[in-house]
Design a protein around this ligand. Structure first.
Ligand SMILES: Cc1cc2nc3c(=O)[nH]c(=O)nc-3n(C[C@H](O)[C@H](O)[C@H](O)COP(=O)(O)OP(=O)(O)OC[C@H]3O[C@@H](n4cnc5c(N)ncnc54)[C@H](O)[C@@H]3O)c2cc1C
Length: 167
């Protein structure tokens, strides 16, 4: 079975892990923090602005610089598809507010994290918390896996780096 390692358990890493699991891979996710999605807690002032429900062409018009950069991502997973995914797959009821901004009905970003972590569990993603990846192992210019800070080596067919940026 194809094995995928995801480094980083933020919004991007969790979504990547779910997509890889949907594609039939065995997925291991490594997160250095003690819990997943820590940054999501502070998003949208603690409510998490999940997406925007405007017509997708209006969404592009409101991207301040280089909207073309977002074409591929936003047409692959549109704002409408994101809403459907959160409500139906992740069981997070959503509401639409001023400016078509979409939030969880509960007004709690923690519910968004719970929705994502619940989906990871249901899809069998192997989550390792408190586990920092030290380096990516390559052989003949091919990715072979990762090395953890404790020296453990984990092999994989693919490695997805989703280690985020500075807040
Ligand atoms: C104040 C604020 C409000 C925001 N509000 C919104 C909002 O309402 N709606 C919205 O869509 N976006 C919002 N954003 C943006 C959003 O938070 C980020 O775009 C998103 O969280 C980035 O996710 P990420 O997975 O790329 O990165 P991160 O959330 O940074 O995740 C990266 C993860 O990788 C882990 N990691 C790093 N290195 C390693 C390693 N070597 N080994 C293992 N793990 C590692 C980190 O611990 C971290 O958990 C907001 C951002 C801020 C700062």
């Amino acid at each position: 079975m194809n094995k995928v390692i995801v480094i980083g358990g933020g919004a991007a890493g969790m979504m990547a892990a779910l997509a890889a699991a949907d594609g039939g891979s065995k997925v291991c996710l490594y997160e250095k923090n003690e819990k997943l999605g820590k940054k999501i807690y502070i998003t949208g002032k603690g409510r998490c602005n999940v997406t925007n429900a405007s017509d997708i062409e209006d969404v592009f018009k409101n991207i301040v610089s280089n909207p073309k950069f977002m074409y591929s991502a936003l047409y692959t997973l549109t704002n409408d598809a994101t809403k459907d995914m959160f409500e139906n797959d992740f069981k997070v009821p959503l509401k639409i507010e001023r400016g078509n901004r979409v939030f969880p009905v509960s007004d709690k970003s923690s519910d968004v994290i719970a929705g994502l972590t619940g989906a990871l569990k249901r899809k069998g993603v192997d989550v390792h918390l408190n586990t920092e990846v030290k380096e990516i192992i390559t052989e003949n210019e091919m990715v072979k896996g990762v090395k953890l800070y404790d020296g453990t080596i984990e092999n994989a067919h693919r490695v997805i780096v989703a280690t985020g940026g500075f807040s």
